[in-house]
Design a protein around this ligand. Structure first.
Ligand SMILES: [Zn+2]
Length: 73
């Protein structure tokens, strides 16, 4: 019996949004723009909206910051 080792086929789609890994993209609750992911000095990560000058920690998204991806699952 052969064990099929399915890898992710190395296909990268280059998502336009930072993806949380659960089918959600982090977007700015104010302007709806995709947020940039930054490393914080304490080792945490934060999503930041450059135009608005505000953001949130990756582990603590405010309401409206998570947008379901169009093809989740
Ligand atoms: Zn914004």
């Amino acid at each position: 019996m052969k064990r099929s080792l399915r890898d992710k086929s190395g296909r990268e789609e280059g998502p336009a949004y930072p993806v949380s890994g659960r089918g959600y993209a982090h977007v700015c609750p104010s302007c709806g723009e995709a947020l940039a992911l930054f490393d914080l000095r304490d080792g945490d990560q934060a999503y930041w909206c450059l135009p608005c000058g505000k953001g949130h920690r990756a582990g603590d998204p405010p309401p409206g910051a998570l947008r379901p991806l169009p093809h989740a699952g």
